[in-house]
Design a protein around this ligand. Sequence first.
Ligand SMILES: *Cc1c(COP(=O)(O)O)cnc(C)c1O
Length: 385
Amino acid sequence: MASYQNIESAVIHGGVYGDRTTGAVNVPIYQTSTYEQSGLGQNTGWEYSRTGNPTRAALEALIAELEDGTAGFAFGSGMAAITAVLQLFQSGNRVVISSNVYGGTYRVLDKVFQRFGLAYTIADTTDPAAFEATLTPDVKAVLVESPANPLLTVTDLAAAAELAHRHGALAIVDNTFMTPYLQRPLTLGADIVVHSATKYLGGHSDVVAGLAVVKDASLAERLAFLQNATGGVLGPFDSFLLLRGIKTLAVRMDRHVENAEKAAAWLKGNPAVKKIYYPGLPCAQGYEINRAQAKNGGAMLSFELEDGYDIRKFFSSLKLIALAESLGGVESLVCHPASMTHASIPREVREKVGITDGLIRLSIGIENWNDLRDDLAQAIEGSKV
Ligand SMILES: *Cc1c(COP(=O)(O)O)cnc(C)c1O
């Protein structure tokens, strides 16, 4: 049995620790596609690396432990993980997604799964009555994110899972923004957790990967079948990079959040800032719910500048914080949702939900806060018109 109680130790010692053969403290990169069998029908438990690879298996055991699930599955991207999970359903079924799910999740449902007869409904999952009204008998799953991109809206995950179950549907949570260090959806009643491990779990903007974790054994069996049958697996080297990244998850997240809380307070008190969205601020939508279901508000925040500031100039004035898609790496990144992550949504629809042309999203890194503050301050100053 594990000789630790806390997740700060589990990220380092969880799953499969080291290598029994050599005593290496790290799981080796088993860069192999196949495994020699000593005779017909006699294998070592490993047959072919799409089906199973020891480096990937170590990562899968680790994420299952961290999310309090029975089994974990590693995929070549977050979208590959979400795709495999959606393949649990079939033609004639329907999935309810929250109105602000990741754009790629919406796209794969709209442009791919719909062609195969899997329908979807978009719901405001922050409003329980509106949410429940979408749960028609054909709904077999709800897929939610909390906090969700880019306005950091909070959905009550325990209530969402309860609602899903009452209507005979599975509850799926994309936990990319929080990671199991800050929020564990399976303990709140969800059935499946998915991650873009490209973000905080990898943590260094150097790997694209996805993970899924399930709560019960029959789901584990079905997802294992799909992972092997459709084959979107993560390679051994990328599995190693994730194992390595996850070891520092706790310390990284602590610093990410410390900086984000300082950034939120500083932006909130700045007369150039019109609006701020951060679930760790008491004035935020869903603050109390988030506080009950997560350790803190995480490290993503969005804001709008007052009239009289030119956001084009703001972006071009930043010197330390890089303009880029993605999030969750050690370096701070800034993005413009209206023209980048949410460009595919028509402007009227975007503006109605609050994703204005002036919205700026920050992924707060682990640099020294004073340097981040100085960069934000000079860019705000430089964007005055
Ligand atoms: C990035 C992201 C994804 C997609 O993951 P990829 O690794 O880019 O395929 C899914 N969900 C959320 C919340 C994300 O931020």
